[in-house]
Design a protein around this ligand. Sequence first.
Ligand code: BGC
Length: 261
Amino acid sequence: MTTKATRAVGVDIGGTGIKGALVDLDAGELLSGRVKVATPAGAEPADVLRAVQSVLETLDVTDSDIPLGVAFPAIVKHGRTMSAANVADTWIGFEAEKFFEDGLGREIHFANDADVAGIAEARYGAARGVDGLVLLTTLGTGIGTAFLHDGVLVPNSELGHLQRANKSGDFERWAAYSAVEREQLSWSKWAKRLQEYYSHLEFLLSPDLFIVGGGVSKHADEFLPLLKLSTPIVPAVHRNNAGIIGAAALGLAHEAGVALR
Ligand code: BGC
């Protein structure tokens, strides 16, 4: 039987959608259905807060006894958001954790969205027990990365913003799943871009494993087999729920920089 202490709520704020669920922290599985609302246009703090509140209300988890973890698509340092690639610039240097705590009237755990997906996969998924360097990438509105070494998360790696050599712009703009939607790319055209991105990461960091998360990871069979890399590359076991599960698990992991196993 699941006890209260092994449950937490995870909310994953993305550039396009805000998703939440109640999570069993022993099993690393959703205990409720997944609730999703669109990220409000412009993604200003007050609007995002209202959207998070509505997710919690729909889940019927406004009770502050249940731990709550919130994941956000930006650099997060000491509870402040320090970048804003796909959200309003207001978030840069913003006391986001405190803002959510005040607005929701409860304590929260707060971290970068790709980092929490890394936490979920390290605890309950493809990175579990894997030694050496694991790079998890989320391919969605942006490209998020989690850098895990021997099960320890090094937070805020932001490798989606690596610049392409001799080209203007970063890999995120060109190779995130949003580029597929924006430019109507076929799987094979997109795979060529991913090939360039993962080859670059491989050259720079010599990882032992790549994990691919984000909504599109449910279609991993369409594009991962097209990639030729020396590093194994696998979809996130928890696919697009890794962010929700990892956000919920933040209370256990107690932020980044701790061994996750
Ligand atoms: C942000 C990252 C985030 C990623 C995925 C990027 O644009 O800079 O912080 O993890 O998008 O949401």
